[in-house]
Design a protein around this ligand. Structure first.
Ligand SMILES: [Zn+2]
Ligand SMILES: [Zn+2]
Ligand SMILES: [Zn+2]
Length: 457
């Protein structure tokens, strides 16, 4: 049914609706409407503040949060970006909501109902609304200036969730909305740009017309050249009659009231209004503000359910955190630079088709393939080998004291875990051996990023 949340003036509309409807008048007192039975919500009020409050509370709920919410009249961007549009009649809301609900029925209901699963809930929300764009909205009151109101209303951790989905290429930017500069110390975007004296860094500077005496080369503010209504150089006392012949206007036209320094261009500095750090403009971090849409990969990923749990099966290997893995790798690289005989190898394994495979053969089947894969990899690695998993779903094996040929063998054995046809996991591997493939000065972070690039999508 269409669940109305309305002001008394719209009472008739609910009563005469041609579709199943339930009207709620005092929602503020009775709490939120019972969402389970509602196909969608229709907010019938002319009060934008009231509508905004209600839309926020509906979006924050686990069950009602993902359902379509319509308005009966346009109430401004802040309300509308949380809703699914304006409709003229309850019947129109009903028709539109049926389409959205049909798309929801293609998704994993357990994932959608899990209030802690921000990633899947946002994927699901977007999946059921193919034309929806996550648009950032900027306001000076917001600590980060730009927020994504829909994501903020729907999720616990909106920023992290969007970043994760972008990194996994499930969301792609559709439009560059703005570019902000952030403080390099605290990442705050509220900055005050101020012109300062390049000599003493004081802010008390003034722009003045200047003159330049050709006879002695003196440069000073114009006011110092006035002497009984004539222009006379304050240094050499020459009377200046003809511009271009006796004097001209130099480029310098700023003077510091603090130290007297005369200059052409003031120095611009940025003072952070969050932490008071003063930075040169080129030290600030520029970051784009973008609108995002679900990608084809994102649509597929929504339909197959959250595959994170499948990948997390890899964590039962000799897994350590990424940070620890990097620090050990850095240590091994440094050791190997000093003592060439301290060789080691690194192998990256990417399972390229988990999402597609889940779509094709189902989650249970993929889990058992993954289980088998993990069991076989465990047999391959020694207790001294370390593994980690990055957010890109790449499995890393760090093999101390392993020469290039040994590394090749490990890779071949891993590739041997594939099934011959395309019914199994599709594996891609890349290897690195130190010292033979070491690049001067390359650190662990860079090395991992480079290999991750080589191993591809
Ligand atoms: Zn100065
Ligand atoms: Zn002079
Ligand atoms: Zn700061």
């Amino acid at each position: 049914m269409v669940c109305f949340v309305l002001d008394p003036e719209f009472k008739d509309l609910a009563a005469k609706a041609s579709v199943p409807a339930q009207a709620l008048e005092n929602y503020t007192e009775s709490g939120l409407p019972d969402a389970a039975a509602a196909l969608c919500f229709l907010i019938a009020t002319r009060d934008a503040a009231k509508a905004l409050d209600l839309a926020r509370r509906l979006r924050a709920g686990t069950d009602p949060g993902l359902k379509p919410i319509y308005l009966l009249s346009p109430l401004g961007a802040s309300v509308e970006q949380l809703c699914d549009g304006v409709v003229a009649t309850p019947a129109e809301a009903w028709d539109k909501a049926l389409g959205t609900t049909r798309l929801f029925s293609e998704l994993d209901p357990a994932g959608l109902a899990d209030s802690r699963n921000d990633v899947y809930r946002l994927l699901g929300f977007l999946y059921a609304r193919p034309d929806y764009t996550l648009v950032p909205s900027g306001t000076w009151q917001a600590e980060k200036i730009y927020t994504y109101p829909l994501a903020e209303a729907l999720l616990e951790q909106a920023d992290d969730t969007i970043a994760t989905l972008v990194q996994r290429k499930l969301l792609a930017p559709t439009q560059l909305v703005d570019r902000l500069r952030h403080c390099p110390k605290c990442d705050g975007p509220h900055l005050n740009y101020i012109d300062t004296c390049p000599n003493c860094a004081g802010i008390d500077i003034a722009q003045k017309p200047f003159l330049h005496c050709f006879t002695c080369g003196h440069v000073s503010p114009e006011e110092r050249f006035f002497s009984q209504d004539k222009l006379v150089c304050p240094q050499c006392a020459t009377a200046l009659r003809h511009i271009g012949a006796d004097y001209d206007r130099p480029l310098e036209n700023f003077q510091c009231n603090g130290c007297g320094h005369v200059f052409v261009d003031p120095q611009v500095t940025a003072r952070c209004l969050h932490c008071h750090q003063v930075s040169a403009p080129d030290a600030l971090i520029a970051r784009p503000v973008q609108a995002f849409k679900l990608t084809d990969q994102g649509r597929l990923s929504a339909r197959t359910g959250d595959v994170e749990d499948v990948f997390s099966m890899l964590d039962s290997l000799n897994n350590v955190s990424r940070a620890y893995f990097e620090s050990i790798l850095d240590w091994l690289l440094a050791l190997c630079r000093r003592h060439k005989e301290e060789q080691f190898s690194l192998v990256a394994v990417r399972i390229a088709n988990v999402v597609e495979l889940t779509d094709r053969i189902g989650r249970a089947q993929v889990r058992s393939l993954m289980d088998e894969f993990v069991r076989r990899v465990r047999e391959l690695i020694r207790t001294t080998d370390l593994t980690t998993r990055t957010s890109q779903h790449t499995l890393w094996l760090l093999l101390p004291k392993t020469h290039a040929a040994g590394q090749q063998t490990v890779r071949e054995r891993i590739m041997g875990l594939r099934s011959g046809d395309d019914s199994g996991l599709r594996l891609v591997t890349v290897g690195f051996h130190a010292p033979s493939q070491m690049i001067a000065g390359e650190r662990a972070k860079m090395l991992l990023a480079r290999l991750e690039g080589e191993i591809g999508e």
